[in-house]
Design a protein around this ligand. Structure first.
Ligand code: GLU
Length: 322
């Protein structure tokens, strides 16, 4: 079916979804990283960026929260820019694990293969692939420079979060050394783990994440900065990875009920990509038992349902001016 959507319809749906979910309770802040446990649980923001550069922001959309696992997306893109999508497929994989984000079992089951750059094992492996090899500071500049290009503004390291994560990331140490055992770490092990921990500790806003989502939805062309950030061919590759594992063991349920590929982080952020239409991001710290923000999920689902949108619907949608 061909359908036109006006910008006002989109704004109204966003507003209604936001009001509907605003007072939703349930879930708990992540508590295995001390910093995250203390973030105000009432914060709530919803941002949408359309491909003409229109930005819709409701609530706490300028609050800098921990990007956490959403950072796996830009670094996977950077690894594909530097090594081609096929290079990443060969060295890491593009498969769903169906298991929690920090699963060691997933790595053992695959018998040497991290599966995808969007779980902890594959993300640590992706950090090890980033050029220039052996140079932590320049690798860091490449990682943050890429996030800046995708968001059209820079993320900021939350020092307290970085310290908090570094002091408690024992499970990730095990994953990193297991990767080394399987020859899936392509640089120094400790440096690769440190880069992963640091990228998870970046502060980001929902308005920045919506722009990142829109850049992916727009074939790598950032609709706000008007710059081409990555080759068009990478967009469907990263979107397929997001679709297959963005919500870890709940990815199927998420896609079934929301109709939009999205990536979560334990900081409370969710970033969605609607190819050819928009990027969407929501943020609220309390998480469900799989580590996914309760309110962010609810508001994105509500928005999608109100406009009857979904990547599997097969509708040809055009966003038009009012
Ligand atoms: N830094 C977190 C970890 O590695 C990220 C987890 C997530 O957001 O899913 O445990």
């Amino acid at each position: 079916m061909e359908k036109n959507l006006t910008i006002s319809q989109i704004k109204n749906a966003a507003n209604e979804a936001y009001q509907e979910v605003k007072n939703l309770t349930g879930g708990k802040n992540a508590n295995y990283i001390p910093y995250l446990a203390n973030v105000d649980s009432n914060l709530f923001g919803l941002s949408i960026t359309l491909l003409d550069g229109t930005c819709i922001n409701l609530g706490d959309t300028e609050f800098k929260f921990g990007i956490e696992s959403v950072s796996k997306v830009p670094t996977a893109i950077l690894a594909m820019i530097q090594h081609t999508p096929e290079g990443v497929l060969e060295k890491i994989g593009a498969d769903a694990t169906g298991l929690p984000f920090n699963s060691i079992f997933a790595l053992l089951l695959e018998n040497d293969h991290p599966s995808t750059p969007l779980v902890n094992a594959g993300a640590i492996s992706a950090c090890s692939m980033i050029a220039p090899q052996g140079d932590s500071e320049d690798k860091w500049k490449a990682i943050t420079g890429n996030i800046t290009a995708l968001c059209a503004s820079a993320p900021v390291l939350i020092d307290e979060l970085y310290e908090s994560e570094t002091a408690t990331n024992f499970n990730n140490h095990s994953i990193a050394w297991l990767l080394k055992n399987y020859d899936r770490i392509y640089d120094d092990v400790d440096m690769s783990l440190d880069l992963y921990t640091r990228q998870c500790s970046l502060g980001i806003t929902s308005s920045q994440l919506a722009i990142m989502g829109a850049t992916i939805a727009n074939g790598g062309f950032n609709p706000v900065s008007k710059l081409q950030v990555f080759d068009k061919e990478i967009a469907p590759k990263i979107t397929s990875m997001i679709a297959s594992v963005g919500f870890y063991q709940h990815t199927g349920d998420w896609l079934f009920t929301s109709g939009i590929p999205a990536k979560t982080g334990v900081g409370g952020g969710v970033m969605g990509v609607m190819p050819g239409l928009f990027g969407i991001a929501a943020f609220a710290p309390p998480l469900d038992d799989a580590g996914n923000s309760v309110k962010a999920q609810a508001v994105i689902k509500s928005f999608m349902n109100k406009l009857d949108l979904g990547i599997f619907k097969g509708d040809k949608i055009k966003i038009v001016a009012d």
